[in-house]
Ligand binder design. Structure first.
Ligand SMILES: NC(=O)c1ccc[n+]([C@@H]2O[C@H](COP(=O)([O-])OP(=O)(O)OC[C@H]3O[C@@H](n4cnc5c(N)ncnc54)[C@H](O)[C@@H]3O)[C@@H](O)[C@H]2O)c1
Length: 364
């Protein structure tokens, strides 16, 4: 099989992880690494002596490559991806895909017109623990999902081109969309600008998903402890995914509360608490980034759409745009554009989730 020749644009913090994987995956040839910083290239040169190292990104989208991975700051994603797609390259752009839904739609259009693949680096959708969590939800192990809570906290890394929402929340939004197989209809977000004027470094986001499911995301660059946690609360079981745990990243808690009425009278009820054991499911191995890049290569070879395609990137951008609007409006709930609310209303009515229908009507 002919190897797929890759160019990587951006060799800062994240780029070297992509570079290492692309130099290791069978069937991939790392051909070009481009970075504006000569120092970054010099640091990589000893390990990748046969690879073209350049400060000009155009070499990465020239004759030496078939596909390009973009790991530069968000502000340059659109322009670089656009040029690469127009040059006929398959493109993986790191998250978030772009800085606006308009830019994301443009990239999707250009990729379609040129018959090339456009993918976004929603790495957690390739993470075996997240895939196992999705399976648990789909197999009904947790019962009916009531809410999902996500926390992604650390001290730094501060960005200057985007706020903490655009930097960290793409992971949590993509994980929730992936696990639930749907996208939120409404968002509200509050936060604060503690260190850099005008740039939120802490945010609390509330998402409304179909069937009355609540999503909550807490992201911060200003926390003493590193937290990467997703909690799925169902009416039968609860699951915690702790990404910073060295092992046993997934834990299923057999816990819950049931409300029962003996007389049938709504006011006459009892709450019973169930406090069962904890089980730890087996999770497949594999580095998520390697799995993501291998998936990209399979899709290039077979002509299939990647799991995290341009549309998936756009769905996340739609949420981020609405969340930003809400942040500027003191947390007012915003209806997410790009979502077909009529279909949700019909689906929700069919599922009998009246409270959610009421919320939609309120916003209509
Ligand atoms: N998927 C993940 O889990 C994950 C993790 C971290 C970062 N990221 C994403 O990766 C991207 C890069 O993040 P980072 O932390 O590596 O940033 P960084 O600032 O450490 O590195 C960016 C690099 O891009 C280079 N660069 C900028 N403009 C360029 C251009 N026009 N041509 C060539 N090189 C250019 C810079 O010189 C720098 O070395 C961001 O989109 C970020 O959100 C993804």
């Amino acid at each position: 099989m002919k190897p797929i020749r890759f160019g990587v644009i951006g060799a800062g913090y994240w780029g070297p992880h992509l570079i290492r994987n692309l130099s290791e995956i069978p069937g991939s040839t790392l051909a070009v690494v481009a970075d504006l910083s000569q120092d970054r290239l010099e640091a990589l040169r000893p390990r990748y002596s046969s690879v073209t190292m350049t400060t000009d990104f155009r070499e990465a989208i020239g004759d030496q490559t078939d596909a390009v991975v973009i790991a530069t700051p968000v502000r340059s994603h659109y322009q670089l991806a656009r040029e690469a797609l127009m040059a006929g390259k398959h493109v993986l752009v790191e998250k978030p895909l772009t800085r606006s839904s308009e830019e994301a739609r443009d990239l999707i259009r250009i990729a379609d017109e040129n018959g090339v693949l456009l993918m976004v680096g929603h790495t957690f959708e390739y993470n075996p623990a997240v895939i196992a969590l999705k399976d648990l939800v789909e197999q009904g192990v947790v019962g009916r999902v009531l809410y999902i809570d996500a926390a992604r906290l650390n001290l730094g890394q501060y960005r200057t081109d985007v706020n903490v929402l655009w930097d960290l929340a793409p992971h949590d939004i993509s994980i929730m969309n992936f696990i639930l197989g749907s996208e939120p209809t409404h968002v509200s977000a509050r936060g604060n600008t503690c260190i850099q004027p005008g740039t939120h470094d802490v945010a609390y986001v509330e998402l409304k998903y179909p069937k009355g499911i609540l999503g909550h995301i807490h992201v911060s660059w200003l926390e003493p402890c590193k937290v990467r946690r997703i909690t799925v609360v169902g009416d039968e079981k609860m699951v915690v995914y702790n990404d910073v745990a060295a092992e046993e990243k997934l834990r299923i808690y057999d816990k819950g509360v049931t409300r029962t009425t003996s007389s049938g009278d709504y006011a006459d009820f009892q709450l019973s608490y169930h406090n069962g054991g904890v089980s730890i499911p087996a999770v497949a191995g594999g580095e998520p980034l390697k799995l993501e890049l291998s998936h990209m290569m399979d899709c290039i070879r077979t002509g299939t759409r990647p799991r995290s395609d341009g549309q998936s990137g756009l769905r996340v951008i739609n949420v981020l745009e609405s969340a930003d609007k809400s942040l500027q409006n003191g947390g007012l709930r915003d209806r997410i554009s790009g979502f077909d609310h009529r279909n949700t209303l019909a689906a929700t009515t069919a599922n009998g989730a009246e409270s959610f229908v009421a919320a939609l009507m309120e916003d209509a």
